[in-house]
Design a protein around this ligand. Structure first.
Ligand code: SAH
Length: 248
């Protein structure tokens, strides 16, 4: 299978999927739109004949599937992570619509890996999974019946990536992100958050007994700012200096 570098940089991640038919349906939706990197985080039933049946001519996407144990593994190495959300959450996150999502994914996939996360059929993504994301995307559906079938949601967002790629070919899109440093990857950002939490606890700024929304707000702040690798290492250096003082 010969695929363009950008297509290889775009991952669709299905978290804890219950119905193997949806996995096959997602694979077919992806291949129709020219995408091939499918990650499954702890699928309930996979491999499964129903997945193969629903995939039809997209068997090669299933053969290429990566089954992983956690969302962190699925998004490892990614410079952009976008989560799908069918409903409003208590702490709002930067929201984009499917069109903006397609454009952003297509533009950024020139320079780094990107991941689009899809949730469980019955309850979507958890708050902590959503908090690993830079943006949330909502498909603006009928408010009285807003939740799409999982494979259908994959289809809609894969189509928008396709449309962005076609308009890009015609030179319509502007470069969204040009930067002097590579963006920090999700695993580097995760290590930063772990370090920040530890240091904030050491200096008694953060009390795990009374967490309020501090860690969530810190995640939202830093995910919104799209840190590059240099910025993450500066901040980690600062935290280490604080650690050295408090350890004395
Ligand atoms: N009852 C769940 C909906 C799960 S639908 C909830 O309230 O969150 C299964 C998955 O399909 C979702 O996790 C999401 O990945 C995708 N999806 C369904 N409808 C969507 C919508 N309107 N916008 C964005 N993603 C949607």
């Amino acid at each position: 299978m010969l695929i363009d570098k950008r297509q290889a940089n775009i991952r669709m991640v299905l978290v804890n999927t219950s119905h193997p038919g949806n996995i096959g349906g997602a694979a077919r939706a992806m291949k129709n739109m020219g995408l091939f990197e499918l990650y499954l985080v702890q699928p309930k039933e996979y491999p499964a004949p129903r997945a193969v049946w629903r995939a039809a001519g997209a068997r090669d996407v299933l053969d290429n599937v990566k089954v992983v144990e956690s969302v962190d593994q699925a998004i490892e190495g990614c410079g952009l992570v976008i989560g799908t959300s069918a409903r409003e959450r208590r702490i709002p996150w930067p929201m984009i619509n499917p069109r903006q999502c397609g454009q952003r994914i297509w533009k950024e996939s020139v320079t780094h890996d990107v991941a689009l996360l899809f949730g469980r059929e019955d309850r979507g993504l958890t708050n902590s999974e959503l908090q690993k994301c830079n943006y949330h995307v909502n498909i603006p559906s009928n408010p009285d019946y807003s939740s799409l079938n999982l494979a259908t949601a994959v289809q809609v967002l894969a189509y928008e990536i396709r449309m962005a790629s076609l308009s890009d070919d015609q030179g319509v899109l502007q470069n969204i992100d040009e930067w002097d440093q590579p963006l920090a990857t999700s695993d580097e950002v995760e290590l930063f958050h772990e370090h920040l939490e530890k240091t904030m606890e050491e200096v008694k700024f953060y009390d795990p007994e009374n967490p309020k929304q501090l860690l969530t707000r810190m995640r939202r702040l830093f995910n919104r700012s799209r840190m590059d690798q240099m910025e993450v290492s500066i901040l980690r250096g600062l935290l280490s200096s604080i650690d050295r003082i408090t350890e004395k």
